[in-house]
Ligand binder design. Structure first.
Ligand SMILES: [Zn+2]
Length: 189
């Protein structure tokens, strides 16, 4: 069965996959976080690619060969269109940098396919309203406040990274000691 859905979404991050594919991390209003492939988005349909920049607020049409919309694997972005005008961050570079850190953090830290309207509203504040929101605010919002957190491995209080697989914090020293896994940790500041 082929699934074909259209939903409002905020682009969280994108990652190049080889020559012509891009992996897009979306937070959708209806299905929560979704990872989807945009084939040839850089090569052929540059117009599509322009609407898939991080922090874009879009209408996305997603198709999937899976039979459940909650199975986050195997999505493809069939179409993407900006909603409203593209947000202008000119002169607000610091805020933009924070917003990109927040959207990257959410793209990696939040599980796929869980609909959460509060998180949707939070992301709208970050990407469309341009509220000044830090990764720390995001941790607090998600109930992962790091005030009392210590490194999962050595108990150091210098927690610079987050490990989304078990919602724990790790210090720089312990992350450096395991370079092969570095990609799985999210830098917090
Ligand atoms: Zn440590």
């Amino acid at each position: 069965m082929i699934l074909d859905v259209t939903t409002e979404a905020i682009v969280l991050d994108k990652e190049d996959l080889g020559e012509c594919d891009t992996r897009i991390f979306l937070y959708t209003k209806d299905f929560g976080k979704v990872m989807a492939k945009a084939t040839s988005s850089r090569k052929i349909t540059s117009k599509l690619a322009a609407h898939l920049e991080p922090l874009s607020y879009i209408t996305a049409r997603l198709i999937s060969k899976g039979d459940s919309v909650f199975d986050a694997r195997g999505y493809q972005v069939a179409d993407a269109l900006l909603i409203g005008e593209s947000v202008n961050w000119k002169g607000e570079e610091q805020k933009l940098e924070n917003a990109l850190k927040v959207s990257y953090f959410i793209s990696r830290a939040v599980p796929d396919g869980v609909t959460d309207r509060d998180l949707w509203d939070f992301l709208m504040r970050v990407s469309v309203n341009k509220d000044d929101i830090s990764v720390k605010d995001t941790l607090d919002f998600l109930g992962l406040g790091k005030e009392h957190a210590s490194c999962e491995i050595c108990s150091s209080s210098d927690t610079e990274y987050f490990y989304p697989k078990n919602n724990s914090f790790v210090c720089r020293g312990c992350v450096s000691a395991a370079p092969a896994y570095k990609k799985e940790f999210i830098k917090l500041n």
